[in-house]
Design a protein around this ligand. Structure first.
Ligand code: ADP
Ligand code: ZN
Length: 745
């Protein structure tokens, strides 16, 4: 028997190996195997099994399977194939994101050794030790003095090789050696479980009934659950999962932000206990391996995590939930495979015959449109649960405000300041959102006006006050503030302007010195622990004010938070992207959802320079129906999704001229142009230079009217760019393909 094996490399080629007789039964399609490859042993995935082999060269043998449990089930295997084809990515690359190299199902948690004295010992033996093995004697004396268990490692202070010494003592029958596996501590990364008595209301019941009817059919079916923030979506997920488990099937829950996992996982663990796994990129390798192994063996039945959790090797998946499905973080755009986890979730559902729920308070225009087209069933929760009301929203016209006060550097308006004071007096909590980290995102020369830029990227550097450095948020290049001079005129008169979260924090500290303040952004949440502890402490009301980026805007449930302030709602509003307004609307709407979630009434203060902008107005009135109407009309007119299919091909390279001529060549040779296809560009990418590479893009739009399923666009891109990784053709340039890109910038 022969096996075709794929590797995580930039090519579509597979290689044939023979299967040793003793492994015939354990090697199937989807099995991970180790094989010889160019004088090395590497891991690959079996993609096909054949009786005969047509390859004439010499054939090497598979060494052995890597895992002792089945890792890739048939539906998962179909999914990998689909992702590879749909997103034009080599299958080995897709497979390696399903089964990351560093992971192995054979991982065992760390073992710690303990010792304890025996009750009865041979005293003669002990006195002998004194002369023959004085170190053992020393350790024994310490152990026997107390009736307690010692960590073997604690004797490191006394002897250099405590474990060996303890083993010898044990062999002599003088002590007991106890091995304990160190359990992985999930509690650090989740909130304490909250036990609640849930009685569903009428609307909630209707939604649950629909979901259960679908689960009972054991077939693929999908819902768009459109429920306002605080309407009980999470409680509904829990109920649906409970039913799914009762059918002996398992469930995956995708969350858009790692910052949401501690709280939601805590709620799930309160109900389901230890069968809930948490999966995201901030887990340590040991935690990942252990979790992954337990998912493979079926010990975990629920996987909650960020986008890559959609590939978890869970078997028999009955239910998949995508929470906040509109979030752009579901699109993996930094590396291959470049995929949209929501769409992959729907595909996995169809292969697994599961029920898929994509849910949101502000569904993406695509999902909303699909529900209108009856491609997905629309479920609605229009009201907050219980007596929680929607918050009162105030708009502050910052321009007017600044003119009136004469203070043009004003960051916190009078109204917001008053409201903060009012809430602090009542011991209620406050969330302030500024969607930019650092202190000053703009540093300028006072003399010539030049911006301080990263020299590898065409991007302004952000001043971080705590480190006293200017940092590039793309390539992490940084430079000490003390060394800084203007790159244009060499003077060192610099102005620090713009506002990042650190500046907001400082201003608030200065204004409210007695209040307790915490900040959550990428800088303070580098570790999983940092993130969880900030959220836990805020939740336990150890802080009055939480300042953060969009990370704090969604999904979180803090009943005592009654004021949300959006420092600058316009950030992003004028970005040259078809989704810019959708994003701003969602941010405001979601952020408002953090306020007044319980019995206390909430308020929101939105600071803006464009109070008359229609998006800001609709967001203020929380008028989502009107927002969809205007936005859909605009998309239709401009022929953007959901009215068209979109693909973006990005070219990057160190030499601008050569790169440009390569693109021209591609464009000139485009074959198979069809009616309904628009070709835009080549145009410089919004971030035109990153890490010393220039970047240009071609965008292809295919009207749904002519191409209802996107098949034409796929064929077209595939045919024209299938050589996208051909080194000879590209030289030092690179091509990246994005299907259904989340943005054009
Ligand atoms: P969403 O996920 O839609 O934002 P949540 O599920 O977090 O909403 O619900 C908001 C709050 O209301 C939570 O504290 C939740 O426990 C509570 N809640 C929702 N539905 C019920 C119910 N039927 N019974 C009791 N509490 C509920
Ligand atoms: Zn840079």
């Amino acid at each position: 028997m022969f096996a075709e094996v794929a590797f995580p490399i930039r090519s579509f080629q597979t290689f044939t190996y023979s299967i040793p007789a003793k492994h015939i039964l354990s090697i199937n399609v989807g099995t991970r195997v180790s094989v010889p490859f160019r004088n090395k042993v590497i891991q690959g995935i079996v993609v096909n099994i054949k009786k005969n082999n047509s390859y004439l060269g010499s054939i090497k043998r598979i060494i052995e399977p890597v895992d002792n449990v089945q890792v890739i089930t048939h539906p998962l295997w179909e999914l990998i194939n689909w992702v590879s084809k749909y997103y034009i990515t080599p299958i080995g690359k897709v497979a390696s994101s399903v089964v990351p190299k560093s992971l192995s199902s054979n991982y065992t948690p760390q073992i710690k050794n303990y010792v304890r004295a025996r009750k009865k010992v041979d005293l003669e033996k002990v006195s002998k030790l004194k002369h023959t093995a004085p170190k053992q004697y020393l350790v024994f004396k310490i152990i026997s003095k107390k009736n307690k268990t010692f960590k073997v490692s604690s004797f490191k202070k006394v002897v250099s090789n405590p474990l060996q010494i303890c083993i010898s003592l044990k062999e002599k029958g003088l002590i007991k050696l106890i091995k304990k596996t160190k359990p992985l501590d999930f509690n650090q990364s989740v909130f304490e479980p909250i036990f609640k008595n849930i009685v569903f209301n009428k609307e909630q019941k209707l939604v649950i009934d629909r979901i259960i009817i679908s689960l009972k059919k054991y077939n693929f079916y999908s819902f768009l659950l459109h429920g306002v923030t605080g309407s009980g979506k999470t409680e509904i997920y829990i109920e649906a999962v409970r039913y799914c488990l009762s059918q002996k099937r398992n469930a995956i829950i995708l969350l858009p932000e790692i910052s949401l996992t501690p709280q939601i996982a805590g709620r799930f663990r309160a109900v389901f206990g230890d069968i809930v796994a948490i999966w995201h990129s901030k887990l340590k390798v040991a935690q990942r391996s252990w979790t992954w192994g337990k998912i493979c063996t079926g010990d975990f039945k629920i996987v909650i995590g960020a986008r890559s959790a959609i590939f978890s090797p869970l078997k028999n998946v009955g239910l998949i939930i995508v929470d906040e499905e509109q979030e752009s973080s579901f699109y993996q755009d930094a590396k291959e495979p470049r995929y949209h986890a929501r769409d992959v979730a729907l595909m996995r559902g169809s292969f697994e015959k599961s029920t898929v729920i994509v849910a949101s308070a502000t569904p993406s225009l695509e999902s909303f449109y699909n529900s209108q087209q009856k491609k997905i069933e629309y479920l609605r929760l229009p009201k907050r649960f219980g007596n929680a009301k929607y918050p009162k929203v105030h708009i502050v016209d910052m321009l007017l405000n600044q003119e009136e006060t004469g203070n043009f550097d004003q960051v916190i308006s009078g109204l917001l300041q008053d409201k903060i004071e009012e809430k602090l007096k009542k011991n209620e909590q406050i969330i302030l959102i500024q969607n930019r980290r650092g202190f000053s995102p703009i540093v300028k020369c006072k003399d010539c006006g030049a911006l301080v830029m990263c020299n590898q990227c065409k991007i302004a550097l952000t001043y971080h006050k705590n480190k006293n450095r200017l940092v590039c948020h793309f390539c992490s290049f940084s430079i000490s503030n003390d060394m800084l001079i203007c790159q244009d005129c060499s003077k060192s008169n610099l102005i620090y302007s713009g506002t990042g979260t650190q500046k907001v924090e400082q201003l608030i500290r200065d204004t409210f010195p007695k209040s307790k303040i915490c900040r959550l952004d990428m800088d303070t949440s580098k570790s999983n622990l940092g993130l969880t502890s900030i959220l836990k402490s805020f939740s336990n009301q150890e802080f009055d004010i939480l300042i953060g980026t969009q990370m704090v805007a969604k999904g979180l449930d803090f009943p005592n938070a009654t004021l949300v302030g959006i420092i600058n709602a316009d950030l992003g509003l004028y970005l040259p992207d078809f989704r810019a307004t959708e994003r701003v609307f969602q941010l405001i709407y979601q952020a408002s959802g953090r306020s007044g979630r319980s019995t206390k009434e909430g308020e929101v203060v939105i600071q803006t320079y464009s109070p008359n902008n229609i998006v800001i107005k609709n967001a203020k009135n929380l008028n989502i129906a009107k927002f969809y109407k205007t936005e859909l009309l605009e998309r239709e007119e401009l022929n953007y999704p959901p009215y068209s299919w979109l693909a973006k091909v990005e070219f990057a390279g160190p030499n601008r001229l050569r790169l440009f001529s390569l693109i021209e060549k591609f464009k000139h040779n485009l074959k198979g142009v069809y009616t309904g296809l628009d070709i835009l560009g080549p145009a410089p990418c919004f971030l035109e230079k990153l890490k010393n590479n220039y970047r240009f893009q071609l965008v292809f739009k295919s009207k749904k009217r002519f191409d209802p399923n996107g098949v034409y666009l796929h064929r077209f891109v595939n045919e024209n760019f299938k050589n996208y990784n051909n080194k000879k053709l590209l030289g030092r340039n690179k091509i990246n393909i994005y299907f259904d890109p989340i943005s054009l910038i």
